[in-house]
Ligand binder design. Structure first.
Ligand code: URA
Length: 254
């Protein structure tokens, strides 16, 4: 009888202890919600595609030689428009990534397509003379690029679609090299870069702006080979460019 009584008393004590503990936990939770354990948020590890985007963005904003190399790498063996079909070489750009002056032409011709370097034919020799005689610069001291990187067949003008496919690369080349000034040659490059409807006759000799960078449009050297009388006007445009280049601390290396 005593055993049974003791067992009942022990059982009652256990029940009371469990009930008290439950009441205590409930009271704590009610009074202090912070005490309720909050699961630690789990951060998902970066997935490869997210990393790829980060890498791509870092490459996009890289400047100088690294930036230009990244643009060239992204251009790859470009098949973005039909010009790839007839090209021998992609003509990306030439000169120094440190240039204070970037020169923008239209697109490669026969000689450029063969060599992979912009402005190496007759128009290129004229450009070299303009640079040396009027600006006191060698081609190695500037950076030269074209709106389209592949030769349009028969040296025709690039179509709007061809230009649109190539424009992001030209823009990124400019952003990577961050020059003090841009010289734009001829109406095709002028329209592509500035989106202006005014032709080169009206726009040349006046300062424009692309992404905060002063831009001087002038005649294309190939045009000057056919129209030598306009060399005088080109000289005036380049003298303006030279004055601003010097004023802005543009460098003549070496
Ligand atoms: N004309 C251009 O516009 N670019 C070249 O590279 C050569 C000729």
């Amino acid at each position: 009888m005593n055993d049974l009584r003791n067992e009942l008393l022990e059982l009652a004590a256990d029940v009371r202890a469990v009930a008290e503990a439950a009441t205590f936990r409930g009271a704590v939770h009610e009074l202090d919600p912070v005490a309720v354990p909050v699961p630690t948020p789990k951060v998902a590890p970066a997935v490869p595609s997210a990393w790829a985007e980060v890498v791509q963005e870092a490459r996009r904003v890289a400047t100088g030689a690294d930036g230009l190399a990244a643009v060239r790498a992204d251009l790859g063996d470009c098949q973005r428009c039909g010009l790839c079909e007839g090209r021998k070489n992609i003509v990306f750009g030439v000169g120094t990534a440190e240039a204070d002056l970037v020169i923008v032409g239209e697109g490669p011709g026969h000689d450029e397509d063969l060599t992979g370097e912009p402005f190496v034919g007759a128009a290129g020799q004229m450009l070299d003379k303009m640079l040396e005689k009027v600006l006191g610069l060698q081609r190695s001291q500037v950076y030269i690029l074209n709106v389209v990187k592949c030769r349009p067949p028969g040296n025709r003008n690039p179509t709007p679609d061809e230009m649109a496919a190539c424009m992001p690369f030209m823009e990124r080349q400019l952003l990577a090299s961050r020059p003090k000034l841009v010289l734009v040659l001829g109406s095709v490059a002028l329209k592509a870069l500035l989106g202006t409807t005014a032709g080169i006759m009206k726009s040349r000799g006046m300062w424009h702006e692309w992404s905060g960078i002063p831009v001087m449009p002038t005649f294309h050297p190939a045009y000057l080979l056919r129209n030598p009388d306009d060399k005088r006007k080109t000289m005036d445009d380049l003298l303006q460019l030279r004055a601003r280049y010097d004023q802005m601390g543009g460098r003549r290396f070496g």
